[in-house]
Design a binder for this molecule. Structure first.
Ligand SMILES: C[S@@+](CC[C@H](N)C(=O)[O-])C[C@H]1O[C@@H](n2cnc3c(N)ncnc32)[C@H](O)[C@@H]1O
Length: 351
């Protein structure tokens, strides 16, 4: 027998003490619900929330923490709301900048509105629907105590090719721009470890650097090659390899590794780093990030973490020019929230 339980995922979008609700008018009269609905087979919960917000409220959202769950067991409620058992998961979500929710042009037959309802009034809006009165007090507690339920998604936040598509037009990272301002390299040869969609690689080339990238994903390399002006082609080379499989690296004046080193498997990191060490010319620079031990992905065993002492040990033959530690919750590329613990380092090898 097919699994008879339907999973539904909804968004809790709050602005100015008001909650975004979808208004329906059907056989049971006027009632309201959170933007949300059934999760499709093969669809992630986060993707389902984002899709439902788009379909029901023309709203583009970043899906955050899981904050509440609910169930409907028909047998326990006299089959009041149908015969299908349901599990509901409610995620906090933020509207993307500039997005104003509205009724779609072709809404569902029963949908008649999209409304911002003051938090204090939401229980009154649920007269024909079971969920809202019940969640009001739960919501109040959740919001006042800022209690979030940890929601675990698969290890990689998204497929790299999806990540590359999402960030293919982003500007060069501040870490790169600030590092370029601070450095006085002897020559302009660089190595980028994990170049992703290539925005920083293209910037380095544009700034006159001779660049080698290490990148295992063909889709990322293709994005760079597509945009590479012909006159810069001779300054660009690719090592299409994972960090784990690297055999050798060129000697350079600058090694740049933005959010890539933690993806080297922990057991392979020491051998990989000994290759990286050999790649620094005297007085060469390094700019990049390491994940700390409190990072959620490190704690789950998905990425490589280094303590502050371990990172400082990697750079014992360097002068540290800038050091920044981030240790806080924040969104991932996929839009979910995780705990980030990141050391960002700019360092110069001693002569
Ligand atoms: C989070 S992205 C960062 C991309 C880019 N540097 C940026 O700042 O946007 C991680 C990059 O590391 C690459 N990567 C992941 N695992 C890797 C591995 N084991 N060896 C080499 N590169 C890897 C991915 O393909 C991707 O380009």
């Amino acid at each position: 027998m097919a699994n008879p339980i339907r999973v539904s995922a909804s968004a809790l979008i709050i602005r100015d003490e008001k909650l975004l609700l979808i208004k329906f008018n059907d056989l049971s009269g006027v009632h309201y619900n959170l933007p949300g609905g059934g999760v499709d087979a093969g669809e992630s919960l986060v993707a389902a929330v984002a899709r439902e917000c788009r379909e029901e409220a023309c709203a583009e959202v970043d899906v955050r923490d899981l904050v509440l769950s609910w169930q409907y067991v028909p047998e326990l409620e006299d089959f009041k709301y149908g015969t299908t058992q349901k599990l509901g998961l409610i995620f906090k979500a933020d509207l993307k900048p500039g997005c104003e929710p509205r009724l779609p042009e072709n809404p569902d037959k029963a949908q008649v509105g999209v409304e911002w309802v003051p938090l204090k009034e939401i229980s009154e809006k649920g007269t024909d629907f079971p969920l809202l009165p019940q969640i009001q007090s739960a919501l109040e507690t959740t919001l006042s105590e800022n209690k979030n339920i940890h929601f675990l998604e698969r290890s990689s936040p998204m497929e790299w090719s999806e990540y590359f598509k999402k960030f293919k037009d982003r500007p060069p990272r501040p870490l790169l721009l600030n590092s370029l301002k601070s450095m006085k390299p002897k020559e302009k040869t660089a190595l980028e470890l994990g170049s992703g969609p290539g925005r920083d690689a293209l910037h380095l080339l544009q700034e006159g650097w001779k660049l080698t990238v290490v990148e295992p994903e063909t889709s990322g390399i293709e994005m760079i090659q597509k945009e590479l002006p012909p006159h810069q082609a001779e300054n660009f080379s690719v090592i299409a390899s994972t960090f784990e499989d690297l055999k050798e690296l060129p000697q350079v004046d600058f090694i740049y590794a933005s959010f890539s080193l933690p993806f080297c498997k922990p057991e392979a990191f020491p051998k990989f780093w000994s290759l990286v060490e050999k790649s620094f010319k005297p007085e060469a620079y390094f700019a990049g990030n390491f994940f700390g031990p409190q990072d959620e992905w490190v704690q789950r065993g998905n990425t490589t973490g280094h303590s502050e002492e371990q990172v400082r040990e990697l750079f014992k033959d360097f002068n540290i020019l800038s050091w920044h530690e981030m240790n806080e919750r924040g969104p991932t590329a996929a839009g979910i929230v995780k705990h980030w613990h990141v050391f960002t380092v700019l360092a110069q090898k001693k002569s």
